[in-house]
Design a protein around this ligand. Structure first.
Ligand SMILES: Nc1ncnc2c1ncn2[C@@H]1O[C@H](COP(=O)(O)OP(=O)(O)OP(=O)(O)O)[C@@H](O)[C@H]1O
Ligand SMILES: [Mg+2]
Length: 260
């Protein structure tokens, strides 16, 4: 399958070249060539098990934690080959933050959840810390709701607030890229709308890659959409074009709800 997907001439934040990924003998990603644009929202769609999360995890080497896995090919982030064994993965994961389906606040206070990453990276100055905690919570549209309870356990927040908290936590270490794996699937419609609005506002400063099962969501918030099937990219284009005029029969069937 022809599988080169440059979407525009603007600079790519992420570029994968002939990327393959294996869990043991299982070939989970097959020849993925993708250019993800800076300061855009790129949606990854496709049926369950097609490799969306696997792909997302290759982008900050989270798959390294899974034994008996193997990556082939290359991934560049701003021309840095992150697949290289020389890559500082701690630094990489700071630049490429990740938000999961189930919000996963640490069993700490709201404040300490945000400060956690900063402390790991050696920042200790209390005033600087206060500033970053506030600006991160503001950027994640959570500050007004929590500013008077920063010392309260983060686990007491609602699901939607927890999801915004983990976004704030990711932002605190000043990433360039945010990976989000179905970040709204556990949320009610109002929290979902709020999070979508937040995600759209974040693209001004960050490059965002979001996995979603919700086609309306992909259409509402993303600039570009990649359709995955069985570990391959079937189609990748401008979101409006992909949904209004899919070029591949499989894409058409998927967005019409005929499978998946
Ligand atoms: N840790 C693992 N070990 C072995 N196989 C795995 C592992 N994680 C995922 N897989 C397999 O790799 C394939 C892709 O899985 P992945 O989780 O990336 O799919 P997905 O598109 O994110 O699906 P979903 O929409 O259900 O989240 C599936 O066949 C899955 O069973
Ligand atoms: Mg998944």
């Amino acid at each position: 399958m022809m599988n080169i997907h440059p979407i525009s001439t603007q600079s790519a934040a992420i570029q994968t070249k002939d990327l393959h990924f294996y869990y043991g003998d299982f070939h989970a990603l097959k020849n993925v060539n993708l250019e993800i644009s800076k300061n855009k929202i790129t949606a990854l769609i496709g049926p369950s098990g097609c490799g969306k999360s696997t792909f997302l995890r290759t982008l900050n080497r989270m798959n390294d934690f899974i034994p008996h896995t193997r990556t082939e090919g290359e991934i560049f982030i701003d021309d840095l080959a992150i697949t290289s064994p020389l890559t500082d993965v701690v630094e990489l994961r700071k630049r490429v933050g990740m938000v999961f389906q189930q919000a996963n606040p640490f069993p700490l206070s709201i404040y300490d959840n945000i400060a956690y990453g900063l402390r790991i990276h050696g920042k200790k100055d209390k005033q600087a810390m206060n500033r970053i905690v506030e600006s991160s919570l503001r950027a994640a549209a959570l500050w007004e709701e929590v500013k008077d309870q920063l010392d309260q356990p983060a686990t007491r927040l609602s699901g939607g607030q927890q999801q915004r908290l983990v976004i704030a936590r990711a932002l605190a270490v000043q990433p360039d890229i945010l990976l989000m794996d179905e970040p709204t699937s556990a949320l009610d419609p109002i929290s979902t709308k709020k999070l979508e609005k937040l995600i759209i506002s974040l693209k001004e400063k960050y490059t965002i890659v979001i996995v979603t099962h919700n086609m309306q969501q992909a259409a509402r918030i993303s600039d570009h959409t990649a359709f995955f099937l069985n570990g391959e990219i079937v189609e990748y284009s401008d979101t409006k074009a992909l949904f209004s005029n899919p070029q591949k029969e499989k894409t058409k069937q998927y967005i019409m709800g005929e499978f998946g």
